[in-house]
Design a protein around this ligand. Structure first.
Ligand code: BGC
Length: 748
């Protein structure tokens, strides 16, 4: 009997062995062999996303080809943390993710190392929840403050945006999972985002709207790029060969896959040929279209294989291919601590008159604003994260030991509950973007002023995918907010007490008309699930603010050049919202004059300049040095903490180019560095390197990047307006880098 079983086992082993030898399955080193073995149908199926339920709540999947050992892979949003369904049928286990600070706040840190730490933790959740690619970072430029997704994006400046995105990608991908840099490109508004034609000059594209992607691709090496929904100079970006192949792959060396945003366009064949490898959210229609084109020869074998090869190269990197045994149990507690610390390091202090802040921590606080309970941790849409809890300011202040005016706190809790109950009763849903701000009578405010030591007013604004912010309510204070602020200001100031505003907003708001009414302003943006605690740490001085603005705060909305052609216009004559302009196309008439490039160069006054942010200490800039050679320059600046508390400082390096040749912005950010935590009296010398190529401007006439010969000023600033030290250097000869003229011209 024993002998018989042994023989059976031996036979089975032999069979298995010969089976595995004859069966061709995907390995890292046999991609060409697999490509040869694939049927046309199999190849095409790999280029079209499909259904799946491996991870409930994931945004999409790539298709499995079982016979060749090609696994399904999982793609899920988004920039502030993984977005999956937190609860599943048949189990009590939960699948919450950490809501990290949103991208605009991360950019306010000006600290790529910090961003990398955050996304190292975020990427671990991606891995441990069984996802292969995080559909992030979002990195379209902040062209106009009304874009509803600006909170998912970083900055009005391409260098800051590119460096942040590159760091983001590195952190996530350290975990052996991928990223998708999105939305490529010129997706700077939500209105008619599926069809709008962004009409942008080649210079503005090269220097601004593509520059940040170029940096992220070259320095971050993302596994994937997501093409956007919109058109660019008359062609859908997902079908623009010049963009997806010539620029992205041939010029920048991108070697991953390009996928469409969720809704591929009708001309799937053109997308495939343009270099868009994966159609998402895909279905049989796209498969049929590609198959027909392959059979008719419209898509050649070489073209098809090129896309499929990209897909296979992507798949062999994924956890699903490696059969990684994910735990579904990331360390959410540890990640919450990372989220809190990151918010602390990024929050911006805009105003601190007569050293109102930090508070002692033992004050009696009157906490105002519906957003003190309905705290905006994250924006809405695919940028949302299903967190277990988002701490609000009321909770955070109470936890930190503050004595809150309990009647007032209860009033806001009640208002919030009533608004929600009314919503349920009416079957309506509150437009969260414009949750009504409750009113309080002057008499009540005066009583509160008498009974408390300080007023803190939390002003909130939320927005998200699918809609832009609207005027005036998303940008201006509402009539009630303004009245409340005026009454609070009067009542507290009469008694010599201070007023602090916390701007819990997803995008830039108007500040010029009311900032004089308050003593201090803290700007945490939408700081994630732990952000409220970080705000309180800043208010008490437990953390010293070191964030700086990644964009300009203008005085008026109409001061921004792109406001003249952004699809919503505000009827300035009677202060009402104006009519929507044409939405079929957007002329980027302001060209390269975006953000501080415009305000600085044209001497237009702003409310708070790009790069601005206060600290509880002061810093001295000294010993500016610069050394140039043909390849670029190296500059250094010494930053000394001259105050009484420890703090960190972001030093910004701007360059002013010599006159003559192309017209250039008065100054452009070319590098930045953040000190370590400097104790009082301590100093650090920051060294920054800039290459000649990074200095270049784009000459449309010759389709080349040019760095002109001449004398350059290097300006070391605490903001774009606050230059603390300068140096200069000379480039002996002009350098140029020619590129192909493939991006089309804006149609007239
Ligand atoms: C958004 C993308 C997102 C995708 C998947 C789209 O509507 O524009 O940013 O990654 O959906 O959820």
């Amino acid at each position: 009997m024993k002998k018989l079983s042994f023989i059976v086992l031996l036979c089975l082993a032999c069979c298995f062995n010969s089976f595995s030898q004859n069966t061709l399955v995907l390995r890292e080193d046999n991609i060409e062999e697999i490509l040869n073995a694939m049927t046309v149908e199999e190849k095409v199926s790999l280029l079209v996303g499909g259904p799946g339920n491996l991870v409930p709540g994931a945004a999409g999947y790539t298709r499995e080809i079982e016979r060749l050992g090609i696994p399904m892979t999982v793609l899920a949003d988004g920039p502030a943390g993984l977005r999956i369904q937190p609860k599943r049928d048949g189990t009590d286990q939960t699948f919450y993710c950490t809501g990290f600070p949103t991208s605009t706040l991360l950019a306010s840190s000006w600290d790529p190392e910090l961003v990398e730490t955050v996304t190292t933790a975020m990427g671990n959740e991606v891995l441990e929840y069984g996802v292969d690619v995080l559909l992030a970072p979002g990195m379209n430029l902040h062209r106009n403050p009304l874009c509803g997704r600006n909170f998912e994006y970083y900055s009005e400046d391409p260098l800051l945006s590119g460096k942040m995105a590159a760091a983001y990608v590195r952190g996530i991908q350290k975990n052996g999972v991928g990223t998708s840099v999105k939305h490529f490109a010129a997706n700077n508004q939500e209105i008619n985002r599926l069809e709008n034609d962004a009409r942008v000059s080649n210079r503005a594209l090269r220097e601004l709207y593509l520059k940040n992607f170029e940096i992220a691709v070259k320095e971050g090496k993302p596994w994937t790029v997501m093409s956007s929904y919109n058109k660019l100079n008359g062609e859908y970006t997902q079908q623009k060969h010049g963009l997806l192949t010539t620029v992205l792959r041939d010029e920048w060396g991108f070697d991953g896959i390009v996928m469409t945003d969720w809704g591929c366009k009708e001309n799937t064949v053109k997308s495939t040929k343009a270099g868009n490898d994966l159609m998402e959210w895909g279905n049989q229609v796209e498969i049929d279209r590609i198959l027909t084109a392959v059979n008719s020869g419209e898509i050649s074998k070489e073209e098809l294989d090129c896309n499929v090869r990209n897909m296979l190269n992507y798949i062999v990197k994924t956890p699903h291919f490696r059969q990684y045994k994910f735990s579904n149990k990331p360390d959410l507690k540890a990640h919450a601590a990372v989220a809190r610390k990151a918010a602390e390091e990024s929050i911006i202090m805009l105003k601190n008159g007569s050293e109102t802040l930090p508070l002692n921590g033992d004050e009696k606080v009157a906490l105002y604003g519906i957003s003190s309970v309905d705290f905006v941790g994250i924006g809405t849409g695919s940028g949302w994260v299903n967190t277990e809890h988002i701490t609000n300011i009321q909770e955070a202040m109470t936890k930190a030991g503050f004595t809150l005016d309990e009647n007032l706190a209860e009033y806001y809790r009640l208002c919030y509950a009533t608004q929600n109950a009314t919503e349920k009763m009416n079957g309506s849903s509150i437009d969260k973007r414009h949750r009504p701000e409750p009113t309080i009578t002057v008499q009540a405010i005066e009583r509160q002023a008498a009974n408390n030591d300080v007023a803190v007013f939390v002003l909130g604004r939320v927005a998200g995918e699918g809609a832009d912010r609207v005027l005036p309510e998303d940008f201006e204070l509402s009539a009630i907010e303004r009245e409340m602020l005026q009454n609070i200001s009067l009542s507290y100031h009469k008694l010599g007490k201070k007023v602090v505003v916390v701007l819990n907003v997803v995008g830039v708001v108007e500040t010029a008309s009311w900032k004089h009414l308050v003593d201090a302003i803290v700007l945490p943006w939408a700081p994630g699930q732990e952000g409220a605690r970080a705000v309180v740490d800043i208010l008490t001085g437990k953390a010293n603010p070191s964030g700086k603005l990644p964009m300009t705060f203008p005085i008026n909305y109409m001061d921004i050049p792109s406001s003249k052609n952004f699809p919503y216009t505000w009827d300035m004559t009677n202060g009402r919202r104006g009519t929507r302009k044409n939405v079929d196309f957007t002329e980027y008439e302001e060209d390269i004059w975006v953000g501080y490039r415009y305000f600085q160069s044209k001497n237009v006054e702003v409310s708070y300049p790009f790069g601005y942010g206060l600290s509880y200490t002061t810093f001295e800039y000294s010993k500016p040095k610069v050394k140039a050679d043909n390849d670029g320059f190296t500059a250094s600046i010494t930053v000394t903490n001259k105050g009484k508390v420890a703090g960190r400082e972001v030093a910004e390096l701007y360059v002013a180019a010599p006159a003559g040749g192309l017209e250039k912005p008065a100054r452009e950010l070319k590098a930045f560095a953040k000190t370590k935590l400097l104790a009082p009296g301590e100093f650090e010398t920051l060294t920054m390197k800039v290459s000649a190529y990074e200095m270049a401007s784009f000459n449309e006439a010759t389709s080349s990047w040019e760095t002109a010969a001449g004398t350059y000023q290097v300006l070391f600033g605490a903001s774009v307006e606050d230059i603390r030290a300068t140096a200069s250097f000379r480039f002996g000869k002009t350098q140029a880098w020619k590129v192909q003229d493939v991006l089309g011209t804006p149609m007239k």
